[in-house]
Design a protein around this ligand. Structure first.
Ligand code: PMM
Length: 270
């Protein structure tokens, strides 16, 4: 079963939902809603990664995410901490986060792999080339699929060398991170090559610009939820570990359709 990870950006400036859940009460209420809609876990982030976004000081990031992670843990809601900082990862896991989701895959903070190894939690490691301010200039590849896989393998080696267990690693191609729309589609159409690395895979396509390009210019952000749900179905059909989405209800419904379809198929094949 593909996990549905609901996005909770506790930031004033995320590109897809910036500012909406920045207060503690709103953040908790939204996480509770996402859980009721069928999220398996809530990805709590305190630093926007949209292209061009400024870095957030670690103490500011901590003050945004820690109370939220702690409260969700107290309510029995599973969380991942979306951070590039080892200090934030450590504090969030102590506060109850079960996964560390590092979009830089260990490259932004060299302490991260060792800290995650010490914490013993599962590490969600994304392909990454540089911070948001430089991301677009870094979107140059020879063969994007081969280059992303080669670079991911190096990041994986660093994580394993630091002591993270093989069965505690999930990889993510980092859609939109130093990648154009063409790069994202090339990766999605060659997921088998990524699967050949034999790690569980997480996809974060939700509401990203390459989906917006399929819509009328000026279409609202929520219009990207339908193509996101389609990607979730294709991801589940390909056997991926998880999808990170804003619209949990839509993705859950789409996955329920797939489940019924697959169930029907199994009965007919029997
Ligand atoms: N994308 C964003 C943030 N965190 N985490 C993972 N593992 N994969 C992603 O693709 C990813 C992520 C950026 O999206 P947002 O600003 O809408 O949260």
């Amino acid at each position: 079963m593909t996990l549905v990870m609901g996005v909770l950006n506790v930031t004033p400036d995320s590109f897809s939902d910036g500012g909406r859940w920045a207060s503690f009460d709103d953040a908790i209420a939204h996480a509770v809603d996402l859980t009721a809609q069928g999220a398996d876990l809530i990805d709590v982030g305190g630093e926007s990664t949209r292209p061009g976004a400024p870095r957030v000081p670690a103490d500011e990031e901590l003050s945004r995410v820690l109370p939220v992670v702690r409260e969700l843990a107290a309510r029995g809601i599973r969380t991942s901490i979306d951070t590039m900082n080892a200090e934030t990862a450590q504090a969030a896991v102590v506060a109850g986060a079960e996964f560390v989701n590092d979009v830089s895959g260990g490259l932004a903070d060299p302490e991260m792999p060792g800290v995650v190894a010490g914490l013993g939690v599962t590490y969600l490691l994304s392909h990454w080339r540089g911070h948001s301010a430089d991301m677009n200039a870094l979107a140059r590849y020879g063969d994007v699929v081969a280059d992303v896989i080669g670079e991911l393998e190096r990041q994986i080696d660093v994580a394993l060398d630091a002591g993270i267990r093989r069965d505690r690693l999930v990889i993510d191609p980092g859609l939109g991170f130093a990648k154009t729309s063409e790069h994202n589609w090339a990766i999605l159409s060659h997921l088998g090559s990524l699967q050949a690395l034999e790690f569980p895979i997480l996809l974060g396509a939700s509401r990203k610009r390459f989906l917006g390009e399929l819509l009328e210019p000026g279409a609202p952000m929520e219009a990207r939820d339908l193509p996101t749900a389609v990607i979730s179905v294709l991801a589940a059909q390909a056997g991926l570990w998880g999808v990170r989405v804003h619209d949990v209800a839509g993705t859950r419904l789409a996955l329920d359709v797939l489940g019924r379809w697959a169930g029907e198929q199994a009965r007919m094949d029997a």
